[in-house]
Design a protein around this ligand. Structure first.
Ligand code: ADE
Length: 236
């Protein structure tokens, strides 16, 4: 049964992990907490050891071909995934991995329109390739560096998707003006006082003239993008 969030559908995210504690806290604060309290987002964290291959809670093993580092085994992951598959259809099964597609705003935008997403967090040397081949539909990296596991990457992904769900942010339009939404970085922002130690807020922002303010912000966005991320302008 579909449940509606205004003009959309409530999003459910299931995360499979060997370190659920790492994921719990980010989901219990601030915007992610509000999204769940408002009933717009449901995040379920599943402890992979529930599907361990033995009573010792084993979910990983040595890699074929030798070499240091353990690999997460097929069986616990396949069982966990299939148990969730039996309950609902998933739009995406995402594996967080440094060799995945680089996370960008446009990926978050498109994922924020989905209904059910599953995320798999790897550890050690990663997960057995056969799970990637047979279950995973999307592989995402949050940057060119290696984390100890996929949990922090999953938390980043949930956060940047969750805040895009309509109704999650107080001022719904504000996500539209985030950095990257138009392939532009956001302009500088200021708050009171107008003068702090002689450091002044730009005149345009104090002018009360909305056209002038918008022009100033557009100019600053462009300047910032040119200086800091010129590559974004090539994608315009
Ligand atoms: N797991 C380990 N490193 C990662 C990264 N950079 N992005 C996503 N998942 C990861």
């Amino acid at each position: 049964m579909l449940s509606f969030r205004g003009w959309g559908i409530i999003m459910r995210i299931d995360i499979i992990s060997v370190l659920p504690e790492l994921l719990e806290s980010p989901m219990q604060h601030s915007i992610m907490k509000r999204a769940q309290e408002k009933g717009l987002l449901k995040v379920h964290i599943h402890y992979l050891r529930k599907w361990a291959v033995n009573e010792y809670g084993q979910v990983d093993d040595y890699q074929y071909g030798g070499g240091a580092g353990m690999v997460m085994m097929c069986e616990p992951l396949a069982k966990a995934i299939e148990e969730l598959f039996a309950e609902r259809n998933y739009d995406e099964v995402i594996y967080l991995t440094p060799d995945g597609e680089m996370l960008e705003q446009k990926i978050a935008n498109s994922l924020s329109l989905k209904e059910n997403i599953m995320m798999i967090c790897g550890h050690y040397k990663g997960i057995d390739e056969r799970i990637r081949e047979h279950f995973v539909t999307k592989e995402i990296s949050i940057g060119n560096y290696v984390l100890s596991g996929g949990e922090l990457a999953a938390a980043v992904l949930v956060d940047c998707i969750g805040r895009l769900i309509p109704g999650v942010l107080n001022d719904e339009t504000s996500a539209l003006f985030d950095s990257f939404q138009d392939n532009l970085l956001a302009p500088p922002v200021y708050t009171r006082p107008e003068d702090f130690r002689g450091w002044k807020v730009p005149d345009a922002l104090l002018s009360g003239n909305h056209r002038l303010i918008e022009e100033w912000r557009n100019e600053q966005s462009l300047k910032r993008t040119r200086e800091r991320r010129p590559g974004l302008l090539e994608n315009q």
